[in-house]
Design a protein around this ligand. Structure first.
Ligand SMILES: Cc1cc2nc3c(=O)[nH]c(=O)nc-3n(C[C@H](O)[C@H](O)[C@H](O)COP(=O)(O)O)c2cc1C
Length: 153
């Protein structure tokens, strides 16, 4: 299952769909699902645009409400004006690790950003995620799939 928020330009939704096409994952928004339901899935993906250096509040709030998930796997993804995994994923990562999820991958790429004054110059990263970004997301999903398959054998 993939839980995502994509409110600015639908940038993260493109990535979520690319990943789900490989994994055959159910796509949901944080407000469409109960915390108890999330931990029933063997693998859960959590992603959104980055808004002020962290994932969307609705996603963070859902993660905070999750019951402990030992033995379950998770991955984190995002799109951002400045895609810095180390900084942008930190808050969500800390929560998921605290819930005892095993983090098996992280993905980020550039996303079209017209926040604030950026709009006046046509925004940052126009056209992103582009074909190349989507290809990278597919490769990332294939790696996740391999890990899932190894775990099943
Ligand atoms: C209110 C707001 C705040 C943002 N803050 C950041 C930020 O702190 N760091 C960053 O790299 N990008 C930031 N961005 C850019 C978005 O992360 C980027 O455009 C992302 O691709 C949006 O994804 P979405 O279209 O899926 O919502 C911000 C955008 C908005 C609208």
């Amino acid at each position: 299952m993939i839980i995502y928020v994509s409110i600015h330009h639908g940038n993260t939704e493109k990535i979520a769909k690319a990943i789900s096409s490989i994994l055959g994952a159910r796509l949901v928004k944080p407000w469409e699902i109960q915390p108890d339901e999330v931990v029933e899935y063997k693998l859960a993906g959590f992603g959104s645009g980055i808004y002020y250096w962290r994932h969307h509040t609705a996603l963070i709030r859902l993660a905070e409400k999750l019951p402990p998930a030992p033995g379950k796997m998770a991955f984190i993804f995002s799109t951002a004006g400045i895609p810095l995994k180390m900084i942008n994923h930190r808050a969500l990562k800390k929560i998921l690790v605290g819930k005892r999820y095993r983090l098996i991958g992280e993905f980020t790429c550039r996303g079209w950003d017209t926040n604030g004054v950026l709009a006046r110059i046509g925004g940052l990263n126009k056209g992103h995620p582009n074909e190349k970004d989507l290809e990278k997301a597919v490769k990332f999903a294939l790696r996740l799939k391999r890990i899932l398959e190894e775990k099943n054998n």
